[in-house]
Write a protein that binds this ligand. Sequence first.
Ligand SMILES: [Fe+2]
Ligand SMILES: [Fe+2]
Length: 248
Amino acid sequence: MRWYNHFLQNRDSSGLPWDDSYRLSDSERRLVTHSIQQFQLGEWARGRGFVRRAKTHPAFATDSWFVPALELFIAEEQHHSGLLGSFLDREHIPRLTNDWLDAIFRRLRKLAGLEACATVLVTAEVLAVPFYQALRDATGSALLRSICIRILCDEAAHLNYQALTLGLIRGRVSERSQVQRIRCHSILFHCTALLLWQQHRRVFRAAGWDFRRYWNESCRAFAFLQFRIRQIALAGGDVSSIEDLRLD
Ligand SMILES: [Fe+2]
Ligand SMILES: [Fe+2]
């Protein structure tokens, strides 16, 4: 219920400087175009499979707030895509309709159940944080910076939300299965982190980040996420103690 209320209250916040007269320079366009296009596509998801899996998962079957909160969460991700899309339109940069990396992530999300879906999604979200930080610092556009800050605020909450979801799911399986899942998640994270750097390193470099900084900060954020998921899993569905386990 708390997450439902959070997403509901967060939905109406606006105040982005759409009347900013700044337009991207040629060099800036070359730098950020592909990255924004890829993230605009990646943020868009109808989430039908996610909701369908949540409706039947035993961890949430008795929680009448879970699916409504999930639907608002998906709407918030679509809003991110909408913000980036409007920015692209304003700069007369075409939106992507498909992309090989996006296709891989969509295929991975559809592979298995709710846990796989949430795991793939949160992996991308952990890495989206350093990306939007770098994009914010790489551009002279006040509008683009504001969009990045808005998305960063939302994503910080999303990490809490996903840690709770995954913690409640993992808390239902054996200790051995939990350790295996942590290992699989770690492999997925490190592969994705390398891929993200390969795709968007020019944006990071323009913001003054080298690979070492990117890697260290991403790994630290991932370790913290894993720690929170683990704590929630160990709490075994005790909501009163879970309430104390937020990331922010
Ligand atoms: Fe997002
Ligand atoms: Fe997110």
